[in-house]
Design a protein around this ligand. Sequence first.
Ligand SMILES: C[S@@+](CC[C@H](N)C(=O)[O-])C[C@H]1O[C@@H](n2cnc3c(N)ncnc32)[C@H](O)[C@@H]1O
Length: 258
Amino acid sequence: MPTAWSPSQYERFRSERLEPVHDLVALVEPGVRRALDLGCGTGEPTELLLAHLGDAAEIDAVDSSPEMLARAAPRASARLRFRQGEIASLESFAGFDLVFSNAALHWVPDHRALFRRLLGTLAPGAQLALQMPNNQHHPAHVAASEVARQEPFAGWLGGFVQRSAVEPLERYAGWLWEARVARLRLLERVYCHTLARAADVVEWLKGSLLVPYLERLDAAQARAFLDAYAARLRKVIGEDAPYLYTFRRMFVWARAAG
Ligand SMILES: C[S@@+](CC[C@H](N)C(=O)[O-])C[C@H]1O[C@@H](n2cnc3c(N)ncnc32)[C@H](O)[C@@H]1O
């Protein structure tokens, strides 16, 4: 199955995608020596985090996409290491005093199990700093699953529909509380992005939400899917130019008891 992760497509909205990265990095408190970045992508947020942490820190960064890691590779140094890996198969987070992730965990299923492993193995005093897109109820995002359920796409996709793994905020609060974290901050923020036109949402989502669909289709099927999605989008969000694209995101910051 070809992968549709494309660093160039993802970076088309680079400045908008970096806004929450700056907000997430700002939540991280000083004193970190060894950090882990889950789903590091092109490594730009990882590099910003390293600058924030200062000279004593080093970061291990993991991503499953060879294409994204190839883009990240020139950023590597003795203090910034990238490797290919699957977040869901990481069993222990004990070696780190910060576990960081920007816009990646919504791709990892079963957050109950993931947070059990995270919170169960976090080192004493370690920080958790996570940002998860939580925009699955936006009409443009709902439209993607509606197209996927229509024929011929449902047949081509074998019934696959991409679902966000993100749980209601209160559930994370409960898990963190059960884990007896020493301190906790949960934030929700809606980013307001002005796109040149409503149709640009297709270009934005080709770099993220649409990836799991496109990588399951051949080139002709992918073109047909994108055409159907663009048509559906015109119906549900219209053709405003410029277009206000609202994007809801959730931030989870915690410090394990020391
Ligand atoms: C939306 S990008 C975010 C990348 C980067 N953190 C950023 O903020 O620019 C999501 C990244 O998560 C990676 N990813 C998705 N699911 C993953 C998984 N299960 N294990 C490891 N990486 C994953 C993708 O390859 C992609 O690079």
